[in-house]
Design a protein around this ligand. Structure first.
Ligand code: SF4
Ligand code: SF4
Ligand code: SF4
Length: 367
């Protein structure tokens, strides 16, 4: 039987060596969690979850930039997890997301031993928004590629996280996919859909106005992916997750955007102990916070009013926006933060509903 799991998106630092135009953490105070506070917070959470029947805690390390903390910090944090695991009976599984810019071979052993030899790293194609203070938008992909080759040479698998943008729509799905698959030799891409949580002005307008283009792009990309995926060891999320849900009647690895209620199984922990639904909400201020895991008991966080509103969202959209959707059991109305970012409240279906419908229809026909 599958173990009962919970996922913690851990933001140990909000410091970053990049300065991407669409980063929702840019305005945030730069701080990092001490190892003492980390031990206190993780022990509290593990004890609480164990009592509630959780057996496995998926730990998603995200920033800011985690590698700024150094290899020593990560090794100590993993040792603390092992100790807490022995005390509580919780199994920990760690995954790491990094911009890769600080990668060198001193990271190889800890990534192999503690992160299964796999990293997630963002690279959009073409690059429009990712940059660092000393690295221009044009040079950023070259720097990334250099580090990607170094990590791959060390036997690390790097999965790309990509947000399609207006230039991706222009070059089209074949050039987009072939860049990752043929030029870089990447085996896995996770597609993300942008949202303007703290972005304003031009970027917000661009996201709002590009829905139709994105929808057409995703349709053609999915069809091209279906052509090439059979002959290659290569996969795109969420296409593969959706295909498997039609084939096997149930999404095995459900991306959080298609969770029944993501708050059931997800929470983010920030460097000052603040907790929210996920990293996106941590930036949004007190009204979205569940509480503070260093200062408060976990019960308080799990009973938080805003967390309860996320559960109420499902009731509302089941009876209204998504009432007659044939794919309701696959999608459950999509992502609350994308909904909130575009509409200013959570009680609607996700802004990207037309894109999700496109993917579900293709998968229903082709799976
Ligand atoms: S790498 Fe991530 S955290 Fe850093 S600036 Fe870019 S989007 Fe923000
Ligand atoms: S709000 Fe959206 S991104 Fe955050 S955990 Fe829920 S589904 Fe995922
Ligand atoms: S595809 Fe659209 S209508 Fe269907 S459940 Fe998702 S958000 Fe609702």
């Amino acid at each position: 039987m599958r173990k009962k799991e919970f996922s913690l998106i851990f933001v140990p630092t909000t410091s970053c060596n990049s300065s991407c135009a669409y980063c929702f953490q840019q305005k945030k105070k730069k701080e990092s969690m001490t190892l003492d506070n980390y031990e206190q917070a993780v022990l509290r959470l593990a004890q609480y979850l164990r009592i509630k029947g959780t057996e496995k805690l998926n730990f998603y390390w995200q920033g800011g930039e985690v590698m700024l903390l150094g290899v020593g910090y990560i090794k100590s944090a993993i040792k603390i997890q092992e100790k807490i695991g022995r005390e509580t009976g919780i199994e920990f599984k760690n995954r790491l997301q990094t911009n890769l810019l600080l990668y060198d071979s001193s990271w190889t052993s800890v990534i192999k031993e503690s992160f299964g030899g796999v990293l997630g790293s963002s690279l959009d194609f073409p690059n429009l928004y990712r940059r660092a203070p000393e690295i221009s938008i044009e040079k950023y992909p070259l720097m990334w590629l250099e580090k990607y080759k170094l990590a791959s040479g060390d036997g690390i698998r790097v999965n790309a996280i990509s947000i399609p943008n207006r230039r991706s729509f222009k070059i089209g799905p074949k050039a987009f996919l072939d860049y990752y698959r043929k030029d870089l030799g990447i085996q896995s891409i996770q597609l993300n859909f942008a949202f303007p949580f703290s972005a304003g002005g031009r970027l917000r307008k661009e996201m709002e106005n590009s829905l139709e283009e994105l929808n057409n792009f995703i349709k053609d990309l999915f069809l091209y992916y279906l052509e090439v995926r059979k002959d290659h060891h290569f996969e795109i999320s969420p296409f593969e997750n959706i295909l498997s849900s039609f084939r096997d009647r149930g999404i095995k690895q459900r991306p959080c955007i298609f969770s029944r209620v993501c708050a059931e199984n997800f929470m983010a922990l920030g460097p000052d102990g603040s907790c929210a639904l996920c990293d996106c909400w941590l930036e949004g201020g007190e009204k979205f916070r569940f509480g503070n895991l260093i200062k408060e008991e976990p019960e308080v966080l799990f009973e938080n009013t805003f967390r309860k509103r996320i559960f109420k969202r499902l009731d509302k959209i089941l009876n209204e926006d998504c009432y007659d959707c044939p794919f309701l059991q696959m999608c459950f109305g999509g992502c609350p933060v994308r909904t909130y970012s575009f509409y200013g409240d959570i009680f609607h279906k996700d802004f990207y509903c037309p894109v999700y419908l496109t993917m579900f229809r293709i998968a229903a026909e082709r799976a």
